[in-house]
Design a protein around this ligand. Sequence first.
Ligand SMILES: [Fe+2]
Ligand SMILES: [Fe+2]
Length: 135
Amino acid sequence: MEMILLEKYKLGIEALDHQHEKWIELYNQLHQLLQEGSHIDDKQIEGIIHEMYAYTSYHFKYEEDYMVSIQFPFFSEHRRLHSSMDSEIYSYYRMALNKDYIALREVLKLLRKWILNHILKDDIKIKDFLQNKET
Ligand SMILES: [Fe+2]
Ligand SMILES: [Fe+2]
């Protein structure tokens, strides 16, 4: 299933929202490439997962630096979630290298859940924290 960034997922922090959108775009591209019955292009899949891995690390680092800058109280907990997802996506990359597309299709469903869940349950706390700080 394709993913879209609904209004409720927006943090109102431009850079982070933009990065989440880019992330979802990469997911959708990958999803498209792995569509059952479509011609599998090894190099393209490998390339997009590599890009996703690199972009994820970039986004996590950016978000973590941002959390530090606002003295976000759940930083360590949040960083732990990032780091386990980081290794998870790296394992997807290994699957792509091994051309294990059946497994890849399976984990992609989990990735979709993870991304949306993480934004809605964890990243959103950054927004809540900033809002509470102002009031
Ligand atoms: Fe996050
Ligand atoms: Fe995020």
